[in-house]
Design a protein around this ligand. Structure first.
Ligand code: MGD
Ligand code: MGD
Ligand code: SF4
Ligand code: MO
Length: 699
């Protein structure tokens, strides 16, 4: 527990901004360390949000797991066990389930917060040791729609294809479905500077958030109607000759089909479908087009992506950027604001059902051959694609008989969460690795207590595709091991001795496996990142040890086979759960500043709990009046899946036809009992952001 050095420079355990922080020894505190900003790190320049500033609290052994837990007989309580006993039981159960039901009956569910070393190893563990195709992860819930859309349009998916600092230099930003003032507070400074530089900001969000408050123009659509709204902007660009013909001719393909769809979305029709005044649709298109040659960016986050048409909606926004000629040159382009600490890297190296390391397709014979060689197996022994997250969780207790979860808490965070919980209960064997006893871990047969960020070395890729080294700052408490050791211990017992557990060695193998892939890390190593990450890090692709990395992509050519960006022709009819007499309102969900995700970590931090103590339903004063609900009263929200009860938070920032709930809590206010399992057919992204609901006073 002694701090290894008085100030270790590393990165925050939480979101994709990956703020640089210094960890100082703190002899007086309940935690061995205290976090402070790391001024020289370019992305956040010393600023930390409240979550980052309090992140060391969870290093306190009293708040977390320090021994493996085992349910010795079905229905019994979880009890402490030795590592050997817990690993022996887990290996024996996995072996017998694979023997009885086939190897594919064992599933693995990973997380976008895991370091590269863990995410890569999990993918290898599933395919090489367990030999199951069924591995997927919570990143499917996070950015999969934007990833699919970027691949369709640009042939490559890298969150932001430019450094975040470029945002401050662009003339106009169209920020869609992001509340970054709460979800990445230190990033807000770039948007503020942009406006101080004379730039314009357009925000699209059904709520007037703290982010929307900054905007020159706020469009407040009905949730789930983004594709139609984007088509409306494209319609106006075309009708008013605001498109960039030269750019379209020289750098893109497919414009005619996109134009044909946009013809159907004149502003008055958009107003009828989206609830955005036709005048605002026109104003937004004009503001975005700017003057000839001016710069602009389209940035999306979960509001527009977590929809049943998430990938199409993102492509509809990308089409707006392309038509206005705002891509493929400096301070222009489309970017998705990734979410989790390693949300970007976590999907590049093989924990996604359809991917192998280096962002390779698992169905591509050349990719299989390359990765199989690195792994020392025959390509024929590599399983094919597995099921995407929602499907994987739904098949638990059916043909999936055992599940290993690492880095996710789906009992709280998965769509239709009570259904998912019931599926997890039906498993023959559930194993969870976690730092704390999350709601999901509490259901498990075996729980492994693992090390967390400051207690281990590892790498992550932030929202800009910048690969960063997180340095160990403190020894872990007794009884805790790394996820890599858990995999190594299981692998050994399952007949695969020598599974790599040293992070630097794992990274070296990952770099080899990624060589020649889209996300090429082969020029990177822990040593190089250690030497260069003083404020910088390196952006992938980085294919050789002397390659400087790639901060900006697409300036000369896009990543498609013909080098052109594609207008993807998408149908723009909303794909929402339509309200009915019984379910007349719309629910949308999201985040608050002081809690993170399923809350497993942040609900245990006293200062964060004091700031955001519990679930709530945000509703408009008109709706509150109609329901005779006062501030703080319990409100019952019912969807076709279930019912949640939480305190009313009355505010005119939200549309009167829509209510908003954060999803950070378990118990009666668990928002995800209301959400749908419906997924976007292109990406597998669940429609977290729209459900039809009934809203009532609960007294
Ligand atoms: N404090 C905090 N910060 C976080 C996280 C956290 O849990 N807490 N999580 C991290 C992760 S993993 C992620 S993915 C990011 C997410 O970051 P964001 O995407 O910024 O967060 P959300 O609150 O999920 O959604 C953003 C906004 O989408 C709006 N929205 C809802 N429906 C629609 C719609 O139909 N269209 C449009 N255009 N907007 C809509 C919501 O009103 C909300 O304000 O945050 C990261 N940072
Ligand atoms: N309604 C609704 N639901 C949503 C969303 C929404 O907007 N609305 N957003 C979705 C999105 S974008 C996301 S990203 C998901 C996230 O939701 P989850 O997948 O549940 O993510 P976390 O709560 O971050 O869970 C991470 C778990 O891993 C543990 N952990 C942390 N570090 C490690 C580690 O190194 N190893 C291991 N083994 N465990 C670790 C933490 O303690 C925690 O229990 O939620 C999704 N759910
Ligand atoms: S913005 Fe994200 S990375 Fe930065 S301190 Fe907050 S949670 Fe950590
Ligand atoms: Mo996310």
């Amino acid at each position: 527990m002694d701090a290894l050095s008085p100030a270790t420079r590393t990165h925050c355990p939480y979101c994709a901004l990956q703020c640089g922080m210094e960890l100082h020894a703190d002899a007086a505190g309940t935690s061995p360390l205290r976090a402070a900003g790391w001024d020289a790190f370019q992305v956040n320049r010393g600023a930390l949000c409240q979550k980052g500033a309090t992140s060391t609290e969870l290093l306190n052994p009293a708040l977390r797991l320090t021994a493996p837990l085992l349910r010795r007989t079905p229905g019994a309580e979880l009890e402490p066990a030795t590592w050997d006993e817990a690993l022996d039981v887990a290996a024996a159960r996995l072996t017998s389930i694979a023997a009885d039901h086939g190897r594919a009956a064992v599933g693995v569910f990973g997380g976008g917060g895991l370091t590269h070393e863990k995410a890569y190893s999990l993918g290898k563990f599933a395919r090489v040791v367990l030999r199951t195709p069924n591995i997927d992860y919570n990143g499917r819930f996070c950015m999969s729609a934007a990833a699919a859309a970027s691949q369709r349009a640009f042939g490559v998916d890298r969150g932001l294809p430019f450094p975040l600092a470029d945002v401050a230099q662009t003339d106009v930003i169209l920020l869609v479905g992001s509340n970054l003032a709460d979800t990445m507070p230190p990033a807000l400074r770039y948007f503020t500077t942009q406006r101080e530089n004379g730039g314009r900001l357009i925000v699209v969000d059904p709520r007037r958030t703290r982010t929307a408050d900054q905007a020159d123009l706020h469009l407040q659509p009905v949730p789930g109607t983004d594709a139609a709204l984007a088509a409306g902007l494209l319609h106006v660009l075309i009708a008013e000759h605001l498109i960039d013909d030269d750019f379209i001719a020289a750098r893109t393909s497919g414009f005619e089909e996109a134009r044909a769809e946009a013809q159907r979305w004149w502003p008055e029709r958009v107003e009828a479908v989206c609830g955005v005044p036709a005048g605002d649709v026109r104003a937004a298109a004009r503001m975005f087009a700017g003057s000839r040659g001016s710069t602009g960016m389209v940035l999306t986050a979960r509001g527009t992506e977590q929809q049943a048409d998430g990938a199409d909606a993102v492509n509809a926004w990308i089409n707006v950027a392309l038509a206005a000629g705002k891509a493929g040159r400096p301070y222009c382009g489309y970017g998705a604001i990734t979410g989790q600490g390693n949300g970007q890297g976590g999907r590049e190296h093989g924990q996604k059902a359809d991917q192998l390391p280096g962002y390779r397709k698992i169905t591509d014979p050349a990719a299989r051959e390359h990765v199989a060689e690195v792994w020392g197996i025959s390509p024929d022994a590599l399983p094919g694609p597995g099921r995407p997250a929602v499907e994987l969780l739904a098949s638990c207790g059916a043909d999936i008989r055992a599940l290993l979860v690492a880095g996710s808490n789906p009992v709280v965070s998965a769509p239709d969460a009570e259904f998912v919980t019931s599926r997890l209960r039906e498993l023959d064997f559930l194993m969870v690795s976690d730092v704390v006893l999350s709601e999901t871990a509490a259901l498990a047969d075996v729980v492994f207590p693992v090390t967390q960020w400051a207690e281990e070395t590892g790498t992550v890729t932030n929202l800009e595709g910048r690969v960063l080294l997180r340095r160990q700052a403190v020894a872990p408490p007794d009884g805790v091991r790394s996820d890599l050791d858990v995999m190594g211990g299981l692998a050994e017992r399952l007949g695969w001795p020598g599974f790599l557990t040293a992070p630097a060695k794992v990274f070296t193998e990952l770099a080899l496996a990624s060589a020649g892939g889209v996300a090429d890390y082969s020029g990177l190593s822990h040593e190089r990142l250690d030497a260069t990450s003083e404020g910088v890090g390196l952006h992938w692709p980085c294919p050789t040890p002397d390659h400087p990395g790639t901060p900006r992509m697409f300036l000369d050519t896009f990543g498609t086979p013909d080098g052109l960006a594609r207008f993807v022709p998408v149908a723009c009819e909303p794909a929402v759960e339509e309200p009915s007499v019984d379910f007349p309102y719309r629910l949308t969900t999201g985040r608050v500043l002081a809690q993170y995700q399923s809350g497993a970590q942040t609900r245990r931090v006293p200062a964060l709990n004091a700031a955001e103590p519990g679930p709530f339903v945000q509703l408009h004063p008109d709706l509150a009046a109609a329901l005779a609900v006062a501030e703080g009263d319990p409100v019952r929200v019912t969807s076709r899946r279930g019912t949640a009860v939480a305190a009313a938070r009355i505010s005119d920032v939200i549309r009167p036809d829509t209510v908003f709930m954060p999803f950070h809590w378990a118990g009666p206010g668990r928002a995800n009992v209301l959400t749908r399992r419906t997924t976007d057919p292109v990406s597998g992204m669940p429609a977290f952001k729209t459900a039809a609901v009934r809203v009532e006073a609960a007294q």
